[in-house]
Design a protein around this ligand. Structure first.
Ligand SMILES: [Zn+2]
Length: 287
């Protein structure tokens, strides 16, 4: 898998893995003379070791803090390989404890989760936390329910940088909001769009700007409206899956996520009760 460590500002790095496919996430590193901060771990030990050896080349000081942007396995399963104090939103910690790799190995046997482990975080916060690495202010902000109920994005105002976690799936990836909220995700994306920022590191996909945030909002609004129109016509979630035409979004990768996103939209409109195993089965049938 091709991965790259890109310096997006002096001492601040985005680690972009592959093309952001399923369970292949991006991470971040803020390296300062005082101490360093890592943002998210990855889904398996081999990838974590590759990432950490990339980090080693550029580290100015030891990684003292590991921030998790949310509790999905691809972002937390190799926390144990960091000799650091970990922190995240309080619901992220709950999700981390729930994300048992053995269950995922059974559902997704084709993916490599070797060495994946549950390592709950040391410190949690409810709305916002700030880290000061010397003079550099790093803000961790929870935008209410969005991709999950425990998201936090990492904002470095002085450098106009946001590490978005999975609030943002950028090119070439399709957003995925099954475990969160469509409207919450739109609201969170508008929140990060309104920040004084220029560089947005998505949880999956290529490094982005405000343009890609606009596209993600457009996709989520599309899903919500498509669901709403079909509900008005009396169509069920299952009928909607067969009926929706992705149009301009059909060339995005992991387009089967429309099934999961429609499930969430139908749930928000009160017309489907989410059954995670069912949704995953229906979605995988369309890959
Ligand atoms: Zn992810």
């Amino acid at each position: 898998m091709n991965s790259k460590l890109e310096e997006i500002s002096d001492g601040i790095f985005a680690y972009i893995q592959g093309r952001g496919e399923w369970f292949v996430n991006n991470t971040g590193l803020i390296s300062t003379p005082e101490f360093s901060i890592a943002i998210d771990s990855v889904a398996n030990e081999e990838r974590a070791k590759t990432m950490l050896s990339n980090f080693k080349e550029v580290l100015e000081s030891r990684i003292k803090i590991l921030v998790n942007t949310h509790g999905h396995g691809d972002h937390v399963w190799t926390n144990h390989l960091f000799n650091a104090t970990s922190m995240c939103h309080e619901n992220c910690r709950k999700d981390t404890i729930m994300a048992n790799p053995e269950i995922f190995k059974a559902i997704f046997p084709e993916f490599d989760f070797n060495g994946a482990r549950v390592t709950p975080q040391d410190i949690t916060f409810s709305k916002e936390a700030k880290i000061y690495a010397g003079d550099l202010e790093i803000r961790l902000i929870h935008p209410e329910i969005a991709h999950t109920s425990g998201d936090a994005y990492v904002y470095v105002p002085e450098r106009k940088i946001v590490f978005c976690g999975d609030l943002l799936f950028a090119k070439p990836c399709t957003p995925f909001v099954l475990m969160g909220s469509i409207n919450g995700s739109i609201r969170a994306l508008k929140e990060i769009l309104s920040l004084e920022a220029k560089i947005y590191v998505p949880g999956h996909g290529e490094i982005a700007t405000k343009n890609e945030i606009g596209e993600a909002i457009e996709y989520l609004e599309f899903v919500y409206n498509e669901a709403k129109q079909r509900i008005e016509k009396g169509m069920s979630f299952y009928e909607a899956i067969e009926d929706v035409d992705l149009g301009k979004f059909k060339n995005w990768n992991e387009k089967e996520r429309i099934v999961a996103n429609l499930a969430r939209a139908y749930a928000e409109l009160g017309k489907y009760e989410i059954d995670l195993f069912e949704v995953v089965r229906l979605m995988r049938g369309r890959r």
